[in-house]
Write a protein that binds this ligand. Structure first.
Ligand SMILES: [Zn+2]
Ligand SMILES: [Zn+2]
Length: 141
């Protein structure tokens, strides 16, 4: 997504395209990893040191609420963030907290959810286990 597209997608959901907000979005779009809020702040700050930690965190929260950014909760660790571009599921390592993308497939709504409940958003799956690095480390012992 180019800079015009980022600007448009912000404005479409009613968020003003401030330089700080743009910087957060642009960084996440170009990031293959799943950075924590602190890592996002560091990266944005490196480009433009005028935006404070609080502003960065507030912008991040706005983007999550607006549905442009996904928050990947990692139990017991700092949440990680991901620009919602291509749909995908996640794998999270229990040992080191590493987050990996898993190719998208449609998850069917279970029958137990049918009683008057409507699934408005898509179902995202989080797989948990050991990443290949941690699995290897465990096997070495
Ligand atoms: Zn791991
Ligand atoms: Zn992801």
């Amino acid at each position: 997504m180019g800079s015009e597209a980022i600007k448009r997608s912000l404005e479409e959901i009613g968020l003003r395209c401030t330089p700080q907000r743009y910087a957060v979005m642009a960084f996440l779009m170009g990031c293959k990893e799943h950075p924590t809020a602190a890592e996002i702040f560091d990266a944005v700050n490196r480009v433009d040191s005028r935006s404070s930690r609080a502003t960065t965190y507030n912008n991040l929260r706005d983007l999550v609420q607006a549905g442009l950014v996904r928050e990947v909760a990692v139990e017991g660790r700092a949440a990680r963030f991901d620009a919602k571009g291509m749909r995908h599921h996640h794998f999270i390592c229990d040992r080191c907290g590493h987050v990996e993308d898993v190719k998208w497939y449609t998850v069917r709504k279970p029958a137990s959810l049918s009683l008057g409940k409507r699934v408005l958003r898509e179902c995202e799956v989080i797989f948990r286990g050991l990443c290949s690095k941690c699995a290897r480390r465990r096997a070495d012992r």
